[in-house]
Design a protein around this ligand. Structure first.
Ligand SMILES: C[S@@+](CC[C@H](N)C(=O)[O-])C[C@H]1O[C@@H](n2cnc3c(N)ncnc32)[C@H](O)[C@@H]1O
Length: 307
């Protein structure tokens, strides 16, 4: 029996996912709308909003039979339709309901697995209980703070710390480079760092500065000398710049042994800069993800660097 790995491309970023398959030497078996199927078992992809592992073809005799077979496999099911929309929705409507409300910052993630299924033909489903996200189709949202953050960029850092770094932060120092107007600096204050160093060529908003425990440096981050800093617990960058330039900055701080953890947005111009992206990935122990709140950019991170 054939097993597939399914990848749901991010809306408007199908070309990025296709390029990633090419770089990783994977052959697309089938493309159904934004859903790509690759034969065999493969890992999650950066440019997939959700990866579905061990997908199996399942024959169904009726809507009820489809419902019965999915229920027998698992409880929670995210549906992406690629055709037979009405029939697929009728099956979905009979499956157990689950809560997919926006969550607060650092709320524990759902612990029950989220499955994925689609209807390939009236009598054939593709389904798995193993996916890359506990949220249906990888769509996670937050109960937003519409008052304090001066930009929506804070949602990226909320998502990062909620999903990829939920461990407690006990004081310490964070640096936020490319910080204006102050969304990420605000998140770092929320996390209760003892000291947040915020760096941008443009000033951050006064009401963020007024939160205290923030040192603002109005200068280019690329001119910073790691020697001028004590140990930094989290180095955070959301600078708009070429990824290659950011890589040089990250490497300077890393080689100086001054940083324990990094989280950086790699922002792209018209084209995705794969060459620099792959150089970031060569840094041992690091990972790159496309957060649900990332646009034409990805998030590179490295935790627990031994100085
Ligand atoms: C997307 S914005 C950052 C938004 C911010 N993270 C927030 O949450 O409000 C990118 C920032 O990079 C800054 N930037 C660009 N070049 C820079 C440089 N050489 N040094 C420091 N900041 C720079 C820009 O001034 C801009 O404020």
């Amino acid at each position: 029996m054939s097993i597939y790995t399914g990848y749901l491309a991010i809306h408007k970023f199908e070309a990025e996912l296709e390029k990633e398959f090419e770089i990783k030497g994977l052959k697309i078996a089938q493309k159904l709308d934004r859903l790509y199927l690759i034969e065999g078992n493969h890992p999650a992809m950066i440019w997939a909003q959700m990866s579905a592992f061990d997908l199996e073809l399942i024959s169904i005799a009726s809507i009820n039979d489809g419902v019965k077979k999915l229920k027998a496999l698992g409880r929670n099911w995210g549906l992406f339709t690629v055709g037979n929309h009405r029939r697929a929705q009728l099956i979905q409507d009979e499956l157990p309901k689950y809560n997919q409300k926006p969550i607060p910052f650092r709320h524990p993630l759902p612990t029950s697995p989220m499955g994925f299924w689609t209807l390939l033909a009236p009598d054939q489903m593709l389904a798995t209980t193993k996916t890359s996200s506990p949220f249906a189709l990888g769509e996670m949202t937050f109960t937003e703070d519409k008052v304090m953050p001066p930009s929506r960029a804070y949602l990226k850092l909320w998502e990062f710390f909620t999903v990829y770094a939920p461990e407690a932060i006990n004081g310490g120092t964070a640096i936020d480079v490319g910080s204006c107007p102050g969304g990420w600096t605000w998140v770092l204050r929320e996390l209760n760092f003892d000291h947040t160093i915020s760096v941008d060529k443009a000033p951050i908003e006064k009401r963020i500065m007024d939160l205290g425990k923030i040192t603002f440096k109005q200068e280019s981050a690329f001119g910073l000398d790691p020697k001028d800093f004590e140990m930094i617990d989290w180095f955070c960058s959301d600078i708009i710049c070429y990824p290659e330039r950011l890589l040089n900055l990250v490497k300077r701080f890393m080689e100086a042994g001054k940083v324990r953890n990094f989280v950086c947005t790699l922002k792209y111009q018209a084209e995705t800069d794969w060459e620099s992206t792959l150089k970031f990935l060569e840094i041992p122990g690091s990972r790159i993800v496309h957060l649900h709140h990332n646009k034409h950019e990805v998030t590179w991170f490295l935790k627990g660097v031994q100085p």
